[in-house]
Ligand binder design. Structure first.
Ligand code: SF4
Length: 431
């Protein structure tokens, strides 16, 4: 894991919704020192912004899921008009996503939005960009300059477009597109610098994960602005998650990226959850709530584990706020090992669940009772952590695994033959 790349810092928000810092580590242009902010998670509403009540509901839902910043589309004046009513009702910084009409940016600034996103591909008139810069500067608002692969190809000039598309499909696709993206950014950012405006974040998105990695890597060498990472047009959730995670994960591991948006065609709540999980997995954010470990199941399975895992996930998501490790395992093979490493764990045997808290066996219950008992143990343990009576990640006892584990085979016959308690190797040995 490479150290985080230092950048200038932008801040968005207000005293009512709170402030979100993005990037940091380098002093800002006025000499103010900055420290790197936690990598934030962004998403975008899927509904119409002018449907005020629905938009407010969606923003609440996204904030509750953990979104640090929410972006909304403002294609029409009725959308920027709606912002005046939406912003006072929400508790998270709002970004207006502006394309084609610079007036929407001016209206959004007037409506109290916390940041503007401009696309160099479709707001190109220099005087219009300057108007937006001036309006944001007057209110101390940052601007994200967001280049997208899909909008950098000139659409009005068919000849030019065909030439560029030809290049897109040539073997030099990556290099050619990358060069266009960087050139667009440099050209656009010059307008900002000429206006002495540096409150900028940059994004350069593509649907091609490897191009995203190359583009941001190149941009990180050329600019010191914080970077908003994302893959655009990533597709349905099933494939879009992988496309996004491989690109963003690769960059984050290399220390590149200050705020992220996972995007795909599905409920944006999932984007927020996946974005947070990516940061948790890389150790880039302190986890809130459960770290759920579960086996993939196999022919040794002893209970309906898929259902149990989903039930456990849903039950714990709303009730557990401390970052406890919970393991849900299908059988005796890896169950004891994971139970030992987790704060609370269950592993299955003969349609039963053996439950452990920090390595200590606390219950052996039939399958229908596993969920409730596991939930009870998690809540009790959370209470102890909150009262300072227990520490997360502390191993109290050592579980001696079955020996030799291979002799158990699938475990089914032996476990099915009787109570799992009869298995001597499953007893807990005090260390
Ligand atoms: S814990 Fe048991 S059921 Fe789960 S994958 Fe491992 S061997 Fe299979």
């Amino acid at each position: 894991m490479q150290p985080r790349r230092p950048t200038r810092q932008i801040v968005l928000g207000d005293p009512r919704v709170g402030f979100v810092r993005i990037g940091g580590g380098l002093p800002n242009r006025d000499g103010t020192p900055t420290t790197p902010a936690p990598i934030s998670v962004q998403t975008m509403t899927a509904g119409y912004t002018h449907d005020i009540d629905a938009c407010v509901r969606e923003i609440h839902k996204l904030a509750a899921a953990g979104a640090d910043v929410v972006r909304v589309a403002v294609p029409e004046k009725k959308d920027t008009d709606a912002l005046k009513h939406i912003i006072p009702q929400v508790k998270v910084p709002i970004v207006a996503d502006v394309h084609f009409h610079f007036q929407r940016a001016l209206e959004a600034v007037e409506a109290g939005v916390h940041k503007i996103r401009l696309n160099p591909g479709n707001i190109q008139d220099r005087s219009q960009v300057i108007e937006v810069i001036k309006a944001c500067k007057a209110k101390g608002l940052p601007i994200r300059v967001g280049v997208n692969e899909g909008s950098i190809i000139e659409r009005k000039d068919k000849q030019k477009r065909m030439k560029e598309l030809g290049a897109v499909f040539s073997e030099h696709k990556q290099g050619y597109l990358l060069a266009i993206m960087i050139a667009k950014l440099e050209e656009y950012l010059d307008i900002f610098y000429e206006q002495d405006f540096y409150d900028i974040a940059i994004s350069a998105k593509s649907m091609d994960a490897s191009l995203v990695i190359d583009a941001y890597t190149e941009i990180s060498k050329r600019f010191d602005h914080p970077l908003h990472l994302g893959v655009t047009h990533a597709g349905p959730k099933e494939t879009g998650t992988i496309r996004s995670v491989v690109a963003l994960g690769g960059l984050l591991i290399n220390g590149i990226g200050d705020t992220i948006r996972i995007s795909y065609a599905n409920d944006p709540v999932y984007e927020v959850e996946d974005g947070l999980e990516l940061l948790y997995c890389l150790g880039k954010r302190e986890r809130i709530g459960v770290d759920l470990i579960a086996c993939p199941t196999c022919g040794r399975i002893q209970v309906d584990l898929f259902t149990l895992i989903q039930d456990v996930r849903k039950a714990l998501a709303s009730k557990i706020i401390v970052p406890m490790k919970v393991a849900v395992m299908g059988c005796i093979v890896n169950g004891p090992g994971e139970a030992e490493g987790a704060d609370v764990a269950v592993f299955a045997g003969d349609r039963r669940g053996i439950i452990y808290v920090q390595g200590e066996r606390v219950a052996n219950v039939p399958e229908p009772e596993i969920l409730d008992r596991l939930l009870k143990e998690c809540l009790d343990f959370q209470g102890k952590v909150q009262r300072g009576e227990a520490k997360l990640g502390e191993k109290k006892v050592e579980i001696i695994p079955p020996d030799p584990i291979g002799e158990l085979g699938s475990g089914y016959e032996k476990i099915a033959a009787g109570n799992v308690d009869k298995f001597a190797p499953l007893t807990v040995g005090r260390s």
